[in-house]
Design a protein around this ligand. Structure first.
Ligand SMILES: Nc1ncnc2c1ncn2[C@@H]1O[C@H](COP(=O)(O)OP(=O)(O)OP(=O)(O)O)[C@@H](O)[C@H]1O
Ligand SMILES: [Mg+2]
Length: 277
């Protein structure tokens, strides 16, 4: 396999922060992660791991928002370039509060160069999919919209431009249970639609919810802390056209318990101080 067959490659990545007193806190060390391209399909990668192990940091590398202290970040076999377009949903709400919901979603299309007359209809279809049509003309700011509604604006904005690579950092963390379950199915449906448009769309999805990861993921990576790196990789072999009924399938339940055991056994401690200066 050549390097160009990989959507994402992190090679021997380390991250440290230096304090005022010169001491280094090592957060990630020797992290390797290779996400292969699966033509005509793409992959749905779920990333699990204890708080502080570096999940958001990994997404920031791939999004081009941060460079590792050491190591390489490759996208499609090449060093990451500023113009590489990836969709990103952040752990915190990230809509533009001075724009309406509709204008937030339309802006993503304008940036992508979609002709003006096509933008509104397309934006509205994603706003509807995220069940925000009643709020399309409201400003995307708290408390005009609730936290969960704002997160759905960010999701609609990230999906509308059909990205080949979509990074989602705990996107459903602020949603109530019903909305969360509906959004899981909506995301799977949109992912399926994106393959037809893009040939393959790869999603990297961070969550703390093990059943959510097993339901959504084609692959699950479990990270450890101290130092942050990949501890386990599981390929999820479940029927492809999933409905929520699959959660009662014994294989599903087994995955959840196995992952729970793995999570309990990965190193959890916060990054240790290193003597390096
Ligand atoms: N600028 C910084 N200075 C010092 N430490 C930092 C800085 N940015 C991140 N860190 C540390 O890096 C570690 C990894 O952070 P990250 O946000 O990637 O964790 P996470 O796995 O996403 O956690 P969570 O599940 O809580 O969101 C944390 O211990 C954090 O304190
Ligand atoms: Mg995080």
């Amino acid at each position: 396999m050549t390097a160009t067959n990989n959507v994402i490659e992190l090679k021997n990545v380390s991250q440290w922060y230096t304090r005022d007193n010169g001491q280094r806190t090592v957060v990630i060390e020797g992290l390797d992660l290779t996400i292969e391209d699966v033509p005509k399909k793409g992959q749905f990668i779920c990333l699990l791991g204890p708080s502080g192990c570096g999940k958001s940091t990994v997404l920031r590398y791939v999004a081009g928002l941060q460079k590792p202290s050491e190591g390489q970040v490759l996208l499609y076999g090449k060093p990451r370039k500023p113009e590489d377009h990836v969709g990103m949903v952040f752990q915190q709400y990230s809509s533009f509060p001075w724009l309406t919901v509709l204008d937030n979603v339309t802006l993503a299309l304008a940036i992508k160069g979609v002709p003006k007359n096509e933008r509104k209809e397309k934006a509205m279809s994603y706003i509807q999919a995220c069940e925000l049509e009643e709020h399309a003309d409201k400003y995307a700011q708290y408390p005009i919209l609730s936290g969960g509604q704002l997160q759905r604006v960010a999701i609609a904005r990230s999906l509308v431009s059909n990205p080949n690579l979509l990074l989602m950092d705990e996107p459903f963390g602020a949603l109530d249970v019903n909305t969360r379950l509906k959004m899981q199915d909506m995301l799977l449906a949109i992912w399926e639609r994106l393959w037809h448009i893009n040939d393959a769309t790869t999603v990297v999805f961070v969550t703390h919810d093990i059943p959510e990861a097993v339901y959504l993921g084609t692959d699950i990576y479990i990270m450890q802390s101290d130092p942050g790196r990949i501890a386990h990789h599981l390929v999820i072999d479940l029927p492809f056209d999933k409905t929520r009924q699959v959660k009662r399938d014994p294989r599903f339940v087994q995955y959840v318990y196995n992952i729970e055991d793995m999570m309990m056994n990965v190193p959890q401690k916060r990054g240790a101080e290193s003597a390096k200066k």
